[in-house]
Write a protein that binds this ligand. Structure first.
Ligand code: AHR
Length: 528
């Protein structure tokens, strides 16, 4: 056996807060993501509250979903919100042109989404239709959601059973505007985006912009100064611009340049979206089950690319925004694998193995290391689509390994990042070399030091001796997620093949060594 790896937590050098919204979700009208996955209808035999299935709600409550992005994705730029309000029998039936031309009954619309968000205790991230909709339509939608009497949209909402305005924490200004959102160059998109950012208002009094000092603004205008001193409202709606495709820097550069030259009283943004998926070596076709060690290592190796993509866009953003006002919002990410045999390929139904859970942990660690710039992410997607938390089939439900990782990472929500140095050697598969262990440390809101340790090595345990200079940790307690193989999947027949188990390590001779099983994720808190 080899000497244990070492890991040192610098508890005296706290970094940024790991915004809880980093653990956000994405739920699109796509395949069985909403219909079946969330919405079963009020008359369903599947237990539900106002049509929203209770088993899924209970499972999501346990992972403390901070924010959900809805209604798309590509769907958002073809969505017309008026189709989805009012009496169910009167709603228009449309076709989901992006996703297999599936029938869209519009029975799950704005009020149902807000009900769902409230049932799971989550904030709303609404993506408005910039690609094929109008500014007026988006502005009316915000009025419907957030307006107060005597606005007629507020009256309409009240007539639909919801007197109080909803809170919209985030507003998405278009999705993949270089792709399904419309074939816009960066410059064309900025022209369009600025208009949406200017005219689409949030009317909720709790989120209203603070009063501005017009005399000060007039002075700023006269002197040509940027109006960075405008009063901030921490509870105000945050606007997220559509952004780059993976490593392509062009959108980031163009949007940030425009942002730098803005007059914040006319338009502003709080974030830029970034989408990056992990495909493996066969885009859309990397096997999701029964794969070999090379495929396992390839997906984990590509997972690491997230770090360099974020670094690349952050460097561009730093040029224009060194104070980091604008967040990088990774609002679509995850492993995108071969669809399950026998399913509609455009429903993006894929089985989820332990490998995906490990990839999720690695990504969450990367985001946390960039917490000063990355302040929200939304994994694609919540139920039944791509790297889902939950799979359903009729009344059945199963939790994926990724779900368990999200549950184990709850203590990292709003925790304070702690730098951690570690070396546990390498894990090699053919030409691929990976660090054997990946680690994240943070001080939780409970005051405890939390540690996540991922052992990537498919074949060998990893021993890691953890220390905090100046603090004697006598034990580590938490949970470990692993299974017989890296390709083990939770199925309806064997739903707990990959499930967390208690983990405990006690210091011996003054040193605390944790033995991490092969292909595992361990989350512990350290006790004195
Ligand atoms: O998550 C599936 C799709 O991937 C989204 O609709 C789109 O934005 C992206 O291309």
């Amino acid at each position: 056996s080899t000497a244990p790896g070492t890991l040192t937590i610098q508890a005296d050098k706290p970094g940024a807060v790991i915004n809880r919204d980093i653990f956000g979700q994405f739920a699109e009208h796509l395949g069985l993501g909403i219909y079946d996955g969330v919405w079963v209808g009020k008359g369903s035999k599947i237990p539900n509250v106002r049509g929203i299935r209770s088993d899924v709600v209970d499972a999501l409550k346990a992972i403390k979903v901070p924010v959900v992005r809805w209604p798309g994705g590509c769907f958002a730029d073809e969505y017309h919100w008026r189709d989805g309000i009012g009496p169910a029998a009167k709603r228009r039936t449309t076709v989901n042109a992006n996703w297999a031309n599936a029938v869209e009954p519009n029975s799950f619309g704005t009020d149902e989404f807000m009900d769902f968000a409230q049932q799971i205790g989550s904030e709303a991230y609404i993506s408005v239709n910039v690609g094929s909709g109008t500014v007026q339509e988006a502005s009316d939608w915000l009025d419907y959601m957030t307006g107060v009497a005597p606005s007629s949209a507020a009256g309409e909402r009240a007539a639909n059973g919801h007197k109080a305005p909803y809170k919209v924490k985030y507003l998405g200004l278009g999705n993949e505007m270089w792709g399904c959102g419309g074939p816009y160059t960066g410059e064309e998109y900025v022209t369009k985006m600025k208009i949406f950012a200017h005219f689409v208002h949030n009317q909720n009094p709790d989120q209203a912009p603070p009063k501005v000092d017009f005399a000060a603004i007039a002075k700023d205008l006269m002197t040509g100064k940027a109006m960075d001193s405008l009063p901030a409202n921490p509870n105000g709606m945050k606007r997220i611009a559509g952004g780059p495709n993976s490593a392509d820097p062009s959108y980031t550069e163009i949007i940030m340049k425009a942002w730098k030259a803005r007059s914040p009283i006319y338009w502003d943004i709080d974030g830029i979206s970034l989408h990056q998926y992990t495909w493996g070596s066969l885009p859309f076709n990397e096997p999701a089950t029964g794969f070999d060690e090379k495929s396992y290592a390839t997906v984990l190796m590509q997972t690491q690319w997230m770090d360099r993509t974020i670094t690349k866009h952050s460097e561009i953003m730093d040029k224009y925004d060194p104070k980091k006002h604008v967040a990088l919002v990774v609002d679509e990410w995850g492993v995108w694998l071969k669809p399950r045999a026998g399913t509609e390929s455009l429903f993006l139904i894929q089985d989820s193995s332990l490998r995906d859970g490990i990839a999720a942990a690695m990504n969450l660690n990367i985001f946390s290391r960039h917490a000063d710039r990355v302040r929200m992410t939304n994994i694609a997607q919540m139920v039944n689509v791509l790297q889902a938390m939950i799979m359903t089939e009729g009344p059945k439900m199963v939790l994926t390994p990724t779900y368990h990782v999200y549950r184990m990472y709850v203590p990292f929500q709003d925790a304070t990042y702690l730098p951690v140095t570690f070396n546990a050697g390498e894990y090699k598969v053919g030409a691929i070399t990976l660090p054997k262990v990946d680690a994240l440390a943070a001080r939780g809101k409970d005051g405890k030091v939390w540690l996540s340790l991922v052992n990537l090595d498919a074949n060998n345990p990893a021993d890691v001796t953890a220390s905090i200079p100046g603090v004697a940790a006598s034990r580590a307690e938490g949970e470990v997620l692993t299974a017989a193989s890296f390709n083990t999947v939770n199925t309806f027949q064997a739903p707990a093949a990959v499930a967390p188990k208690p983990f405990r390590a006690v210091a011996q001779g003054g040193s605390l060594t944790l033995r991490l099983p092969p292909h595992s994720v361990t989350v512990v808190h350290l006790e004195p």
